[in-house]
Design a protein around this ligand. Structure first.
Ligand SMILES: *[C@@H]1O[C@H](CO)[C@@H](O)[C@H](O)[C@H]1NC(C)=O
Length: 301
């Protein structure tokens, strides 16, 4: 239906622009303000870069499709999209795990912060997150795109999503991808337990402080983080692990939007909402950073 297509077009365009704006602001604030050159903000920078990347692999193509009323994607483009999306989204999940660890150490073991999260350790952890994401994406894309496909070539989704391509595979080729899925799920579940335990420890530590204002601040900061991570992990598990019998196109669509489009758009809000340093940095950026940059450029030219 043309009306639905237009709705899809405007909705996705709006969400995409919001994600560009939010993540762009965070990246600019952290890059420009030297006070924010600390581990917590470097991880937030990683998160924003990954958010921008992951939403840019799927949504613009889908916007263009609905605008030009086409559904075509080449096999190579489909494989590239599936790979990049999986890489960025899994790296993002690992960065969220590292961020939970960072907050846990900062709040519960502040005296060890300097030794446990020195600049080398942070670079290693960030590199590990990107590396694990890359490895996960290679494993899944290689195993799914080497399967013989014999159920047609219609991917029932707004991007090349692995479970939808899986549906097109000949039924006797399942086992290899199932093995990869089991390994990834164990890792993802492990990270989730780690995140929940970290925030649990944070809540426990905060509750020992006899100040209701602090409690309020801690809970209103951490609960949204947990909510986003839980939404992400539950929708991803549903998309990848559900039996094929309970799939319907509209349900699949909603679930895919919830894990691939919503988190990159709301993360900037969730992770900087109650953060005064970011807000101050942004205010400064608006007034000074661009001018300084231009001055530097001119003087070095
Ligand atoms: C990611 O985080 C690491 C560790 O803090 C930092 O060195 C690196 O510059 C960050 N990379 C990006 C792209 O944000």
């Amino acid at each position: 239906m043309r009306e639905l297509q237009l709705l899809h077009f405007w909705l996705f365009l709006g969400i995409y622009l919001a994600a560009l704006l939010g993540n762009g602001l965070i990246i600019t604030a952290i890059a420009c303000d030297h006070h924010l050159h600390r581990p917590m903000y470097f991880f937030l920078l990683n998160l924003s870069v990954l958010d921008l990347g992951s939403i840019s692999t799927t949504v613009p193509k889908s916007i263009a499709n609905s605008h030009w009323d086409t559904k075509a994607i080449s096999y190579q483009a489909c494989a590239t999209q599936a790979f990049l999306f999986l890489f960025l989204i899994s790296a993002e999940y690992f960065i969220l795990t590292v961020m939970a660890y960072d907050r846990y150490i900062a709040i519960c073991k502040p005296l060890h912060y300097g030794t446990l999260l020195g600049s080398r350790a942070c670079v290693h952890m960030a590199a590990a997150a990107w590396g694990c994401g890359f490895l996960n994406a290679v494993l899944h894309t290689a195993s799914i795109f080497s399967l013989p496909l014999c159920q047609g070539n219609a991917v029932d989704q707004f991007f090349c999503e692995i479970p939808q391509i899986f549906k097109l595979a000949c039924s006797d080729a399942y086992l290899r991808e199932v093995r990869v899925l089991v390994v990834s799920s164990c890792f993802a579940f492990g990270c989730f337990v780690f995140i929940v335990l970290s925030y649990g420890q944070i809540f426990r530590a905060v509750l020992r402080i006899p100040s209701e204002q602090r409690w309020h601040k801690a809970f209103s900061t951490c609960l949204p983080h947990l909510a986003v991570v839980s939404l992400f992990i539950s929708t991803v598990s549903f998309a990848y692990l559900k039996p094929p019998s309970i799939s319907s196109p509209s349900l699949d669509l909603v679930v895919a939007v919830l894990y691939s489009v919503v988190p990159p758009a709301v993360n900037p809000l969730i992770y900087s909402m109650r953060n005064h340093e970011i807000k101050d940095a942004l205010r400064k950026v608006m007034t000074g950073c661009f001018l300084d940059g231009i001055k530097n450029l001119l003087s070095s030219a």
